[in-house]
Write a protein that binds this ligand. Sequence first.
Ligand code: CMP
Length: 225
Amino acid sequence: MADDNVLTAPLFVGLDAESSHALIASMKVIDVGRGDVLFHEGEPGDRLYLVRDGKIKLGRRSNDGRENLLAVLGPGEMFGELSLFDPGPRTATATVVADAVVLELGHSDLIRWLGEHPGVAEHLLQALAQRLRRTNEALADLVFSDVPGRVAKALLDLSTRFGQEVEDGIRVAHDLTQEELAQLVGASRETVNKALADFAARGWVRREGRAVVLLDVDRLERRAR
Ligand code: CMP
């Protein structure tokens, strides 16, 4: 059952069950807890990771110590592949947000695997292209959208990964602190907090510690545009 979480990853799309399970069996399973760092920005990288359970944040730090989150990844998602396809230092720091199980695959093993299963490369390219699309959109939002619009978008994006239907909406247990949510949106904690309080006052969301219940997805989608 646990393996089912990773079978949706681009590495396995189009593969038969036997090949997929053979690849999974060759990967190292690592249990990590909140706050653990899998690797730091700037380090050389020689392996990629698949999230089986839990949440991983990818962040960058500016020279003056401020942090920005590029993404929060969940089950079935992959990271650490950039330093394989474009050999060089890690482009971000990978930190555990919620206790996680990740599978590790050495770059050399991946290269061998791609040689044996060339069709998989197409799916990896697709995943990279989707990431570029998303990054372009985030960049445009930073320039063109206001903070509440970006908060609405971040909540909707997190809901596609971590949302669970509940009686009155979609519960998104993002496990992020207010600071981390602000780093994801690219704004100050105060401004993000104000936007969330405003959404709550309008009845669009309900805040529950490190989770948010989306009560009115339509209104949030309109605000995110
Ligand atoms: P790598 O550079 O090896 O290590 C950091 C990883 O973060 C990188 O590979 C990608 O897997 C991931 N990453 C970098 N930039 C983004 C982004 N904009 N969106 C999602 N993931 C990213």
